[in-house]
Ligand binder design. Structure first.
Ligand code: PLP
Length: 463
């Protein structure tokens, strides 16, 4: 229904809503002029918001399932999405709103256009929510396809391969080497719905040239979706490089303490797409939040949102420290006689080093010559000499580094992907993604790097 057709009582609430939106836009603009750390600490929760919340210096956590309305007019205006409100925590919640605003400011840092965010209950929920709307039945008739980097997280592989390809018959075109632009070009056509890649990838840390692949996507009028979970906006902001949609597992480095599972879809406004309604192109993240998100229901808990906000305060300094630790560990492993290969884009010999050192820089670390510090995150992978059996012996000998299928942590954690995160995709799937049995994935934490190195060394050398 058009706004004008609502009764006068509802109109009053619509006017009040416009004032609320304008106030928030003012606060957002104020914060957009601040530096990354300031945004990470405050988000849009300013002095006025604090006073409106009993003076609480931290964002309030509203564990309530629903919002009480002043009267029926208020309820009608709210449920028509004609004024800021939250109604029911599956759809929206004030604590989530603070998280979403902080994430869009951080991911949109240095990007001139508007950015919005939809937080979700996990990273997989974010990837599903961000991709599913492009897979609708829509002209031109005929089978459509998606073009996806094969260097991706096991869960993402399963979503695309099992749910989309096998269950729905969607043509999923895997890019073997995401650094090879020719390969991307050979797979995209008039029936492509989106391009998708991780930067850098889990677990082999493959990178790709976001700018070039975004240009290719735009030539075909479709969006480029980037999963930059491993980098976080402290090291990489794909929207500034031409990507349209960024997805995150907020469960990982953005939430290094590991006390919650969460995800986010962060998108610029006016994304290209051949399918879907105009409102989807206009503000993709808001569209997801209010419509498909409402119907699929992948909502995030407000308590988790608060825990994550708390972690985000120190995102930049943490990623700086953790990346430096990881670089030191990578150098150690690269010269170790029991290691046959190390995958870390920070190493000069790594296939992705040139592209990564151009794109991955610590935000706000520019020197007088405008050069920002190269930082490559805190995930690496390596192959143990002697094959899968030796890799397991090494793994079982670790004394401090935890054995878990996890990453992004302040605690160092090791995984053998072929028997864990990438087990279910089978031999063929692992071959496609280059996951041999002797590959170990290591999340380098915030311990002293020498202690991490000593644990690795004793486990590699044995008694
Ligand atoms: C872990 C991970 C995901 C999935 O996120 P969850 O929060 O575990 O659902 C997606 N992408 C990447 C790169 C990941 O590492």
């Amino acid at each position: 229904m058009a706004k004008e057709n609502y009764p006068p009582g509802v109109q009053n609430y619509i006017v009040r809503g416009q004032k609320m939106l304008a106030d928030e836009a003012t606060q957002r603009t104020r914060m957009r002029s601040k530096r990354f750390d300031t945004i990470a600490v405050h988000g849009i929760y300013g002095l006025e918001a604090a006073l409106a919340n009993q003076g609480s210096i931290n964002e309030p956590v509203y564990l309530s399932s629903a919002q009480h309305f002043e009267n029926s007019d208020h309820m009608e205006a709210a449920l028509a999405y004609l004024m800021p409100s939250w109604a029911y925590s599956r759809i929206a919640n004030p604590t989530l709103h603070y998280l979403e605003e902080t994430l869009s400011l951080l991911e949109g840092y240095g990007f001139d256009e508007e950015v919005s965010c939809c937080a979700t209950g996990s990273g997989m929920a974010a990837i599903f929510l961000a991709t599913n709307p492009f897979l609708v039945d829509s002209p031109p008739k005929g089978p459509f396809n998606i073009v996806v980097s094969s260097k991706c997280y096991g869960g993402t592989f399963m979503l695309f391969n099992e749910r989309y390809a096998k269950e729905r018959g969607i043509d999923v075109r895997w890019v073997k080497d995401p650094l090879d632009l020719k390969e991307w070009e050979s797979l995209v056509d008039q029936q492509t719905r989106f391009l998708f890649a991780e930067m850098p990838s889990n677990p082999t840390l493959a990178v790709f040239d976001i700018c070039a692949v975004a240009l290719l996507a735009h030539q075909f009028g479709v969006p480029l979706i980037v999963d930059s979970t491993i980098a976080t906006p402290a090291l990489l902001r794909p929207l500034c490089l031409g990507a349209d949609i960024v997805v995150h597992s907020v469960s990982k480095s953005m939430n290094a303490g590991g006390l919650a599972i969460a995800g986010a879809v962060i998108a610029r406004h006016q994304i290209p797409s051949r399918v879907g309604p105009d409102e989807m192109r206009e503000n993709f993240a808001l569209y997801l939040k209010l419509l498909p998100g409402r119907d699929f229901g992948p909502a995030l808990s407000p308590l988790s949102a608060l825990l994550i906000l708390n972690e985000l305060h120190t995102l930049r300094s943490k990623l700086d420290l953790l990346s430096q630790n990881c670089m030191e560990v990578a150098r150690f492993l690269a010269q170790h006689s029991c290691v046959t290969a190390v995958y870390y884009p920070g190493l000069p010999g790594d296939a992705g080093h040139t592209v990564a050192s151009r794109l991955m820089r610590l935000v706000d670390s520019e020197n007088a010559c405008d050069d920002a510090l190269p930082r490559y995150g805190h995930l690496l992978s390596f192959r143990v000499k002697g094959g899968a059996t030796k890799a397991r012996i090494f793994f079982d000998r670790l004394q401090m580094i935890m054995r878990a299928t996890d990453l992004g942590r302040i605690k160092s954690i090791a995984t053998i992907p072929s028997i864990s995160t990438h087990q279910q995709q089978g031999d063929q799937g692992r071959k496609l993604a280059d996951i041999p049995g002797d590959l170990v994935r290591l999340n380098v934490g915030g311990e002293h790097p020498q202690d991490i190195i000593e644990d690795l060394d004793q486990a590699l050398m044995g008694p």
